[in-house]
Write a protein that binds this ligand. Sequence first.
Ligand code: DMJ
Length: 598
Amino acid sequence: MLIPTLSPGASSFTHHRATLRLSEKFILLLILSAFITLCFGAFFFLPDNSKHKRFDLGLEDVLIPHIDSPKEGKHASGQVRALQEAKEKLRKSREELQAEIQTEKNKVMEDLKKTNAGPKPLPPVPMPRVVGINDGEPPEPDVKEKRDKIREMMKHAWDSYRQYGWGYNELKPLAKKGHSTNIFGNSQLGATIVDALDTLYIMGLHEEFKDGQEWIEQNLDFSVNAEVSVFEVNIRFIGGLLAAYYLSGQEVFKLKAVQLAEKLLPAFNTPTGIPWAMVNLKSGVGRNWGWASAGSSILAEFGTLHMEFVHLTYLTGNPAYYQKVMHIRKLLAKMDRPNGLYPNYLNPRTGRWGQHHTSVGGLGDSFYEYLLKAWLMSDKTDTEARKTYDDAIEAIERHLIRKSNGGLTFIGEWKNGHLERKMGHLACFAGGMFALGADGSPDDKAGHYLQLGAEIAHTCHESYDRTVLKLGPEAFKFDSGLEAVAVRQNEKYYILRPEVIETYWYMWRFTHDPKYRQWGWEAAQAIDKYCRVSGGFSGVKDVYSSTPTYDDVQQSFFLAETLKYLYLLFSSDDLMPLESWVFNTEAHPLPVLHLDSS
Ligand code: DMJ
């Protein structure tokens, strides 16, 4: 027996014969021809999974519309048919082919038009109870007279914008032309129109409302290459459109709000889910303000989305909006808070706080407001939001709220463990917030919070009363013997802001103390006297100077907030009742959602 050796170099097998027998040759030939048949078969019969059938004549993409066949078993005959059709087409004249190409092109254009015709209609949802949206005429003639005056001021602001700034974001009332700031990028999105709509509606200015609606239907397009503030666009545009929808029932406002909201969603694509401050509406690229501490996002910006986003989910059935804001809430809940306070800066890449600066004015303000309003808007079922609000306010009271030597309660700013005895005009909104949150506060402290609201209202009124123009400065101090007055030149301006009047209105609703109407009327008269010009209303640069110089901007929030709160102050309580409506931070009313737990 021949045993194959394993030694290298030596052949382990016996030598083969040099030639093959005839029978062997025949078998080989058979195998070869079977192989060739198989290859050809494979070319024609193997299933084709590619979406684009490019392999045959290279003409198919242009000439043959591809229709996905549900039954791939019919593939082979489909291929044959396609080849025949292609051959037929090649036989056709140049003119015939061009005509066919044109038909195909037209069809594609038609399809495109259909997809661009606007978003698909949204799923129907039950309309929340919409009550108290009309009238509100006060029984007292002198109050009615004041209310009429506020409506006339609104007419002047709107008509001027209509005439000189239509379609621009805001108005330059002295230059009598359009105006825009960096919060809206380089866009002309008609911010004043959107912001003013619900005020027009509530005031019964229906012609003007219709005019605004028409502009929105025909011109408001968010596919623009503009880098906008996510927060500002949310509170003014989405809030404004949603409020206009709930008040008027006009679908267009809902559709536009949803179109815009979709454009904001890419701002949440950060490592933490904390959104960027700005987003480009076209590219979806986001970034933060250059001035913000350590590349941070701002508490009052990413913390002021909840109300609008909950309504978006409610109206669309798309959970994404709700999930985004709940994610922010959860992330914040897990973080350490120095002294129980929320710093104003949070880095969206690292999830770490930036500078330890806490304020109830600018940079922090509406974050606290939205915690309370999330609870109210949920028909008081979102108790997590209420608890977070209560804890935050307790820490604020402990560390930021003080009484001055002259007995004025103020809210200072906390900077790295030090209290700055300065209060901003923006922080004056908190008087109204404390009053609004009094009912439902822990340990039966309702009386305490109503009192705190009254004290803040009083302090802010003092800041107005201690000026020459009877209009409040942007920020005021409580040290070196000075109380409730601005010290620096760059803090002496008044830009038609609403916060003090907002607090007067809430205090009026909860107490009916006539002083709030009186204070509101003082402010309205001062605005009419010192800020009114022939082309609208302007901010003033120095409220301590008897010869005002103007900043030449009619802010959109003057129409959305300042004039709306004034009008409501001189209306009866059945207009926009607080049991049914919650006002977003731009004074856009959203209805309470009486949802069951599911
Ligand atoms: C408004 O746009 C909003 O009220 C916002 O919350 C901060 N302040 C301005 C008006 O002053």
